[in-house]
Design a protein around this ligand. Sequence first.
Ligand SMILES: Nc1ncnc2c1ncn2[C@@H]1O[C@H](COP(=O)(O)OP(=O)(O)OP(=O)(O)O)[C@@H](O)[C@H]1O
Ligand SMILES: [Mg+2]
Length: 505
Amino acid sequence: MEPLLRIEGVNKSFSGVRVLKDVHLEVMPGTVHALMGENGAGKSTLMKCLFGIYRQDSGRFFLEGEEFNFTDPKDALENGVSMVHQELNQVVQRTITDNIWLGRYPKKGLFIDEHAMYERTMELFRRINIHLDPGMYLNKLSVSQRQMVEIAKAISYDAKVIVLDEPTSSLTQNETDLLFTIIRSLREQGVSIIYISHKMDEIFTIADAVTVLRDGTYVGTESISEITMERLVQMMVGRELEERFPPRTNTPGEVHLEVRGLTTRFAPYVRDVSFSVRRGEILGVAGLVGAGRTEIAEAIFGIRTRDSGEFFIDGQQIQVNSSKQAKQHGFAFLTEERRRTGIYPVADITFNSTIANVTSYTNSIGWLIDRDMERDTDEQISRMRIKTPTRRELIRALSGGNQQKVIIGRWLLTNPDILLLDEPTRGIDVGAKFEIYQLIINLANQGKSVIMISSEMPELLGITNRIMVMSNGRIAGTVETEKTDQTEIFRLATLYLNNNKEAEV
Ligand SMILES: Nc1ncnc2c1ncn2[C@@H]1O[C@H](COP(=O)(O)OP(=O)(O)OP(=O)(O)O)[C@@H](O)[C@H]1O
Ligand SMILES: [Mg+2]
């Protein structure tokens, strides 16, 4: 059988740095082809060359045997290739319909046929089982809903090849299942999907074949039915990864932070949540999406209005009504939506690493001390293995996962006492995850307290001391990590679901 898509010998450099070296890829018709590799391996760049966003320095593309080279994304879309980007790039002040048909509005004479546009969107949504009103404005949607709109848009082009670059990073479990149903039906229609993800379980669930890139070079292509997880990891990182988690060397001490009777004012609600964290403890927070985990962190950090709730540090009550106050009390908050709330895209790595901490880099007359900022930034770059030519690179030139590492580094530089980490390893590759776990454990070893929200059960079980399980805004139970397992956590996470079906929004 002939491949539907063939990529041959692609090379690409950015300002003299070669990020793709003679890469090739063959995708068979009607298959889901995973593209994997560490952060910065070149996955998104290769796909952007295909899609006409970047121009490769050399290399050829063939679709159904015909050579092509798209001049821009519009050209790609009109010729059978569509793509959902890792970073959402939507016009949020417009409606869903507008976003989907932007640049190709159905016309009635000289005018845009609003009615046809609406109807077509409804039809598309029905076909793929999305329940949203096409007239809604994007800024009224959650990130995951916006992601679903973007996926619907990619499908609306009747493409032969659809590239999905980390499509599930902000989707709920239900939405991910829905996406997989859509992907399977597209596959049956002969469409090929190029699927980029760092989530191993997804790859083994949905992919037929996998191609691995490492440092911009092609490592190999394997059929999913013939490859093990260990082998795949080894292809990606270039060595055996013996352990996925560093040893838990921290010992929790005295109670450090105590939260009493926390109830938030607006939905999604947190109801009467009380818990404490010890010095040197890593407290995991588990639960389904929408269970109120992020809201707890936001309330503690002073950025979510609460109806009630008292906070104590070392037994002393503290007032936290703004993020400024929270920082003064030694809190740091790594947000879940790093791309939206955390990144200054047109600034360089140094700025992005040190911004949360500027005051400590100013001398007595208020000048910034560049030397110190640069030294600390360089230290972060090497410690977190951030892949970049220099600290002067703009953060937006980094790969998605490497941008995250910069933001994580930023919060570590503020030398916080209590860390609120919301999905800290989302979008991070397997090798770098280990480094981040090690950093978290080191912080706990220094007596800092860590509250870690995560949807990845293995990592909660791998590095926390206790796990607090949220269900529908309430604490369903808190368990010792050593004495629990996935089944118990799942049971707790769904404990209060029957009373209220809204939990998974
Ligand atoms: N516009 C750009 N300017 C300069 N360098 C870039 C640009 N885009 C990407 N790079 C560099 O190319 C390399 C590959 O990046 P790419 O985004 O393709 O990685 P990736 O495999 O998608 O990683 P991730 O899993 O983190 O998304 C990185 O080192 C990145 O810094
Ligand atoms: Mg990428």
